[in-house]
Design a protein around this ligand. Sequence first.
Ligand code: FAD
Length: 363
Amino acid sequence: MNSDTHSSKGCPLAATLSQNFSVLLLGRGGVPFSNANVSSLRNFHIALVDTSPSSASQPFVSTDVVINARARILGGGTCINAGFYTRANSEGWDERLVNDSYSWVEKQIVHRPKLAQWQGAFIDSLLDVGVSPFNGFTYDHIYGTKVGGTLVDHFGRLHSAAELLVSENPKMITVLALPRWEFTFESSSGFGQSQDSIHCHHGIMSAEIGQLSTIPPKQRTPEAIQAFIKRKRDLPHEAFKGGFILEKIARPISIGHLNLVNTNIDDNPSVTFNYFRHPRDLQRCIDGIRMAAKVIQSKYFRLHKFCKDTVITIWHYHGGCHVRKVVNSNFKVLGTNRLRIVVNGSTFSESVNPLELILRALS
Ligand SMILES: Cc1cc2nc3c(=O)[nH]c(=O)nc-3n(C[C@H](O)[C@H](O)[C@H](O)COP(=O)(O)OP(=O)(O)OC[C@H]3O[C@@H](n4cnc5c(N)ncnc54)[C@H](O)[C@@H]3O)c2cc1C
């Protein structure tokens, strides 16, 4: 018998081992299926900011104050991550065996991304500043410029490692979730596709997860179905469409440490990253930022296109009332004798920081 956790690594490993061995897959929390905050890319940020105990992600802050998140759901980090996929560096491994092992995962959950126009220009700019050769679309971990894979399909749905359990041998594997709420036991098995979700129920799950994902058959009263539909409709659908140019440092030299604080599955361990402790890591970060600055100055990087394609709000709404058309400078409503409006951001024509102006106007 082998045991592992519900993690990104645990799911494919369990699926592989279950071909020949009995496997116990242990986890805390629930399953990702039907959780719109997990399965839909546009809700990526919602899963991360949802700090409730039933969220797929659990925030933690390292002792050196780096804000982070860890998964607590079947599929682990692949349920809350940004979905970028590439193979690892196979240096020092049996290269052929390593590369052969990837393909079944890639067939099931990895996709070729659709690039936005500004991303195409970004590729040209990287080549222009010397990040070459151009390797095209590839999962290989190679030097130069490339387009990697993504766990997100063309419909914007994220495919997590939990889906790899479809390849398992169901007789050989037991999935056990250890929820923090009361236990209810549902023992079903199988993998099916419904209109808006894929269900994969194995072993034990919590009532809480059942309520969030699907309605168990015996509880499908008309009222319960209506309540379920309403809950689904009310889920937030904010789109988070900004364009990000990120820098990542490969093979850092700085080393951190992690300690378990206790044995409670809900408590975060104590983590210290020590990022940039080694001066070489810091220098590489600086070099990376300089490279990004060069890239966006390349003639191929059309800044006007980037600005238009990646615009998002930072919620500083103000100026709904036309200047001097609704109130005067004392907030008196024009055309009336004794009417002032309670001040709000709509009366400001111009503002870098509406909150500061509102507070000042009220004081
Ligand atoms: C926001 C975000 C974005 C990211 N973006 C990317 C990306 O685009 N591309 C990329 O390659 N990587 C990305 N990553 C990193 C990547 O997701 C992780 O490195 C990877 O998922 C880690 O996998 P793992 O198998 O080691 O552990 P995890 O997948 O984290 O799994 C650990 C599992 O163990 C469970 N667990 C913990 N404690 C217990 C316990 N006591 N008992 C039982 N179960 C327990 C947890 O609930 C969790 O399910 C991102 C990570 C985050 C958080």
